[in-house]
Design a binder for this molecule. Structure first.
Ligand SMILES: [Mn+2]
Length: 380
């Protein structure tokens, strides 16, 4: 459907922008009746009405080229896309001769340390400790500055003192940057980073290709989500051609499960609950239990997908109270049919249509009740 060559171009037109999709947002197909054969939905880029305009690409390139000291950061609780996108841009910044550093509010999960240079991401809450004063801050894969966590909240003045380049694919992105490379039709931020690197004329090394493919693989659960478009696969093909080891990445991110993680999943599955009609399924993970199981929040990764497989389940909710502050609870929402970004937004959070979350200033039980009520309200 697109004939755009995936070669670096001075003036990038993001490959298959939503221009081709006049079908409107990919509304989930109505559940097929027993008689009907379920229709296979073509993976067309969704029309989010928010393609990145050429001017934004040019402004982003000018920002990067004009900067000398670049600080890169991403959302708290970094995932494969957060790490892969950040690391790829870091390598590009270095290649362009810039001073650069990567910081994150939380440590890089152990199973993502194989990503080249991921070990250079510093868990640094006080940016005065940084060896330089950034003249550009690039925020990757975060729908809002609040999602960056302590790196932002402890350093708000630093974030006001430098222009911000906001690169993200969350539908609810608050456009907090001086320049916003936000494309909700991208399956991962890595997909946008790929275009930006091409626009900057930075050659794609094997390390960078590995980092970006990790982002694509993790955010699409191995190219299985409806967010995958021809453009996603075109980018992935190019990354593979540059030597990114797809099978090895999948092995590392999907088949390196910690014992503690499985025990946490066991707890969640054992304590799974559902609404009388079975459309909402949920589990809560009190901190006392987590302490006993020695589990981390990143251990939840993958559990939602498993629960989502339950027949009849339309919304999955997981609730997790803060280790230090029991009055703060994070709820994650997942659905195949309901726009949970809207549900999350009604709770003060955000995310994607199919996966979203919110931080509630409530203890576990109350937060869960609110999330359930909000989900209920969004089910017709
Ligand atoms: Mn992402």
């Amino acid at each position: 459907m697109t004939t755009d060559k995936p070669t670096p171009a001075a003036k990038p037109t993001p490959a298959a922008g939503p221009k081709a999709a006049s079908q409107g947002p990919a509304a989930p197909a109505a559940p097929a009746t027993a008689r009907e054969r379920p229709e296979i939905q073509p993976a067309l880029p969704r029309d989010t009405g928010e393609a990145i305009p050429p001017a934004a690409w040019q402004e982003a390139c000018a920002l990067v080229q004009g900067a000398q000291r670049i600080l890169l950061t991403t959302h708290a609780g970094p995932d494969g896309d957060a790490v892969g996108s950040t690391v790829a841009l870091y390598a590009a910044a270095r290649k362009l001769g810039k001073t650069a550093a990567m910081v994150c509010s939380d440590p890089t999960p152990q199973d993502l340390l194989f990503v080249p240079h991921a070990d250079r991401i510093q868990q640094l809450h006080h940016l005065d400790k940084l060896a330089f004063r950034p003249d550009l801050i690039i925020v990757c894969d975060a729908a809002s500055l609040e999602r960056v966590g302590a790196v932002y909240t402890e350093n708000e003045r630093r974030f006001q003192a430098a222009p911000i380049l906001n690169l993200d694919h969350h539908q609810t992105n608050s456009r907090f940057g001086r320049v916003n490379l936000v494309d909700a039709a991208a399956a991962a931020s890595a997909e946008i980073v790929d275009t930006l690197l091409a626009a900057l004329g930075v050659p794609l090394t094997q390390d960078t290709a590995t980092a970006l493919l990790t982002g694509l693989v993790t955010d699409t659960l191995g190219f299985r989500t409806e967010s995958v478009t021809p453009r996603t696969l075109a980018v992935a093909a190019r990354l593979l051609a540059r030597g990114a080891p797809l099978a090895d990445i999948c092995q590392r991110v999907f088949h390196a499960t910690r014992y503690e993680k499985l025990r946490l999943w066991g707890y969640g599955l054992n304590n799974l609950q559902r609404s009388p009609d079975g459309r909402i399924v949920w589990a809560a993970f009190p901190r006392a239990v987590r302490r006993e199981l020695n589990a981390k929040e990143s251990d939840l990764t993958g559990l939602t997908s498993l629960i989502e497989n339950m027949a009849g389940a339309e919304v999955v909710i997981l609730a997790w109270d803060n280790k230090q502050d029991p009055l703060r609870t994070r709820v994650s929402l997942r659905s195949r049919s309901v726009n949970v970004a809207d549900v999350a937004q009604s709770l003060g959070g955000g995310g994607h249509a199919r996966a979203a979350g919110a931080l509630l200033i409530e203890p576990l039980d109350a937060a869960l009740r609110k999330a359930l009520a909000a989900a209920e309200a969004h089910l017709d």
